[in-house]
Design a protein around this ligand. Structure first.
Ligand code: SF4
Length: 433
């Protein structure tokens, strides 16, 4: 979501003649768009500011603005501790960034804008075009969360659940496709809680799928509790919807899920997987896991491991529990750090084995790849298959924006390498979907 927000911030600041630069040394305004999900995010802010300070030691001070969830959660602390920061702007207030910069130009500082103005924010953002022109683009459809998992900062940094209107989303999706997008990833902290005037995520997917030049739709991140029958069915109805579902589960133990306030059980989770694979046997899953949550016993951990093996997630994101200030889990008694690390290693070893086995099976198989870009200084193209696997292919033809059948010839844990299954005749473009 920060990527989406950063792109919209670029669109905003262009209006006051502030343009992005790749040259760190020449910027006269630094906006650090931050994430607060993991610890060390704040340390990273101070570290990055240190770099700017060093660069500008004997020069005029640039404008330094912290945006995103660290600004929301720790705005006052940041301003107090690091005088080099001119302003903090929360994720629901960044539509006010131009006014903030204008004030800072007049040396009015420090500024702290961390209100929850989500309606005003999207009203402002809707008033001008989204200029993101990537082949695979993000589209924020929903923000915030009402679930209050005990470990999570999102309800405090992004606020309560808010869904954008179908009308504005269709308009923005069309803008992205007209800019060149062939894939749209619908995003929200609780994306399947999307609900605008009784229209749900499934309705939105079906509407967006009518856009002619849009070839692929994805959505992330879902919550098991909002995985309703209509959403399951749309995985059969909508051919543009990709068959990889990222469905965070966090733990395989009901005791821990309850302690986390996840509002679903392991049985609920298995039931969703069962229904989805019944309706579309090609569907595969990825997930998020927290290892070593307070109170997790060896037995609880074994259940998480069991879930990993039973579902066979083709990708997973796992971390040891990281207490976030301001969350109910912050003051809980941590389990032994070494034991948590040991469990994480064991878990990741199993996850990697499952992933490696899955990826080995892809060798010599043909997959459909949507190519996103040409790689720097080479004739290699980067794209993704339907399951979001990275694929690299050499070609003298421009593959950007095309969906092509690729035979996978080799791969490692992160990237697959392939070749087009026959010559690409661009004039006929018979491989493009
Ligand atoms: S459902 Fe997701 S975003 Fe909401 S509180 Fe839980 S982990 Fe955070």
């Amino acid at each position: 979501m920060n990527e989406y927000d950063s792109n919209r911030i670029y669109d905003l600041t262009k209006k006051i003649n502030y343009f992005p630069t790749d040259n760190f040394k020449e910027a006269n305004c630094y906006i650090l768009n931050t994430c607060h999900i993991r610890e060390k995010a704040t340390d990273k802010v101070y570290h990055d500011i240190g770099r700017v300070k060093k660069e500008f030691r004997n020069k005029e001070k640039p404008i330094v603005l912290i945006a995103g969830c660290v600004a929301q959660a720790e705005g006052d602390i940041l301003l107090k501790r690091e005088k080099y920061i001119d302003a903090v702007v929360g994720p629901q207030s960044y539509h006010q960034i131009n006014e903030t910069i204008s004030k800072l130009e007049k040396k009015i500082r420090p500024i702290n804008i961390t209100d929850f103005n989500v309606i005003e924010k999207f009203d402002t953002l809707n008033s001008f075009k989204n200029t993101d022109n990537r082949i695979s683009s993000f589209l924020t459809i929903q923000e915030g969360c009402d679930k209050f998992c005990k470990f999570c900062v999102v309800p405090y940094t992004r606020g309560s659940e808010y869904s954008r209107s179908i009308k504005e989303l269709i308009l923005e999706a069309n803008q992205l496709v007209n800019n060149g997008a062939r894939e749209i990833n619908l995003i929200g902290q609780n994306v399947n809680a999307y609900n605008f005037e009784e229209k749900k995520l499934s309705d939105l997917i079906l509407e967006i799928s009518k856009i002619k030049n849009l070839k692929r739709i994805r959505y992330t991140t879902s919550h098991p509790r909002d995985f309703t029958e209509d959403l399951i069915e749309v995985h059969q109805k909508c051919k543009k919807l990709m068959p990889l579902i990222h469905l965070p589960v966090q733990s395989g133990s009901n005791k821990i899920l309850d302690a986390m306030n996840r509002k679903h059980t392991v049985e609920d989770y298995y039931e969703i997987i069962k229904k989805l694979t019944k309706i579309n046997p090609n569907i595969k899953f990825s997930s998020d896991f927290i290892i070593g949550y307070p109170g997790e016993t060896r037995d609880d951990f074994k259940r998480t491991l069991e879930l990993m093996i039973n579902v066979g997630f083709i990708n997973s994101f796992s971390f040891t529990f990281s207490p976030r200030p301001g969350t109910p889990a912050f003051n809980l008694d941590m389990i032994d750090e070494n034991e948590a690390k040991k469990r994480l290693m064991e878990f990741q070893h199993t996850a990697e084995k499952i992933k490696a086995k899955y990826r080995k099976k892809l060798i010599k198989k043909t997959v459909k790849v949507l190519f996103e870009n040409k790689m720097k200084n080479s004739n290699k193209y980067f794209g993704r298959d339907e399951y979001f696997n990275s694929v690299i292919v050499e070609s003298n033809n421009d593959l950007t924006g095309k969906i092509i059948n690729i035979k996978i010839v080799k791969g490692n844990q992160n990237t697959l390498f392939g070749e087009p299954i026959s010559n690409i005749d661009q004039s006929k473009s018979n491989y493009a979907a």
